[in-house]
Design a protein around this ligand. Structure first.
Ligand code: UDP
Length: 271
């Protein structure tokens, strides 16, 4: 068994006896001790299980993956519903250098950030190799379609189940549900921004016809080229946030949550 995996337990995160990752608590939010390789293997297992169940006329519930960055953790301190969703999610991956830093202070070394913006590429690469069907839901009108086209151009044979902006408003759900049911995706990417997308997925998990639903925030905007992504060297140094501040200065108020997060981690450490 790989390091960081534990067997047993009986919660939703454990898929039919499949080993589940260990979680580390950061300000009360559980972060799964996963890297990209393990995240992809878990998604792989969920898709295989769902397809096997479907072949026997059974439907397995969809699983939720949340990409948790420091902003999520600060918001979860004040938003009990959001905190509960993160607690219930099948997988909370460490998205953000601040999360890695806080986990290390709690005695757990996480090997890499598992971000939605990189994850969308890695998952689509695996999807193309395995024949999984992917659906892109969210962002401004037309962006989901452009995201699908860009990824299809990059990963030959990627099976796009559908692409649609839709909206997280309850009135839109029947139309979205019809589209999803007709297209039978394995993977559903949802780009409505946090916490909206995560609350939206959680509320509809039982009706979601997919193996996994992943909230990816602004990832479609990056893939479609609407928002410039930080250069690789900045990402490697863990200063993607600085690039965001320079290219999207209107986000400055939201970005104050980063120093707030650091302060909260220090204040919550035992003496
Ligand atoms: N968005 C949307 N519908 C909404 C609210 C947001 O489609 O009602 C999209 C928006 O167009 C953008 C993404 O959600 O593509 C939010 O990106 P952001 O980087 O703000 O995500 P966050 O960091 O908050 O998760």
């Amino acid at each position: 068994m790989r390091e960081g995996l534990v067997r047993g337990g009986g919660d939703l995160r454990e898929g039919m006896g499949f080993a589940r990752p260990r979680r580390v608590g950061v300000l009360g939010v559980g972060i799964d001790c996963v890297d990209f390789a393990l995240t992809l293997d878990l998604i792989d297992a969920w898709v295989v299980q769902r397809r096997a169940a479907a072949a026997h006329g059974m439907a397995l519930p969809c699983r939720q993956l949340c990409t948790v960055n420091p902003e999520f953790i600060v918001d979860a301190q004040r938003d009990a519903a959001f905190a509960a969703v993160l607690g219930r999610a099948a997988l909370c991956v460490p998205d953000g250098v601040g999360v890695l830093w806080a986990a290390r202070r709690a005695g757990v070394t996480l090997h890499e950030r598992v971000t939605g913006s990189d994850g969308i590429y890695r998952i689509c690469e695996r999807a193309a190799a395995r024949g999984w069907r992917v659906y892109f839901l969210g962002a401004a009108p037309g962006i989901a379609e452009r995201t699908a086209q860009a990824l299809q151009a990059r990963y030959a044979g990627l099976a796009v189940a559908g692409a649609y902006a839709g909206s997280p408003s309850p009135a839109e759900w029947p139309a979205i549900e019809r589209r999803l049911a007709a297209s039978d995706p394995d993977i559903l990417f949802v780009a409505y921004g946090h916490p909206k997308q995560d609350l939206w997925i959680d509320a509809r998990l039982a009706q979601m016809p997919a193996a996994v639903a992943i909230g990816v925030g602004g990832a479609f905007d990056f893939v479609a080229g609407v928002t410039p992504r930080a250069p690789r060297w900045m990402r490697r140094l863990g200063i993607e946030w600085l690039h965001r501040l320079v290219t999207q200065p209107w986000r400055w108020r939201r970005m104050l949550k980063l120093p707030q997060f650091v302060g909260m981690v220090f204040l919550n450490e035992p003496d």
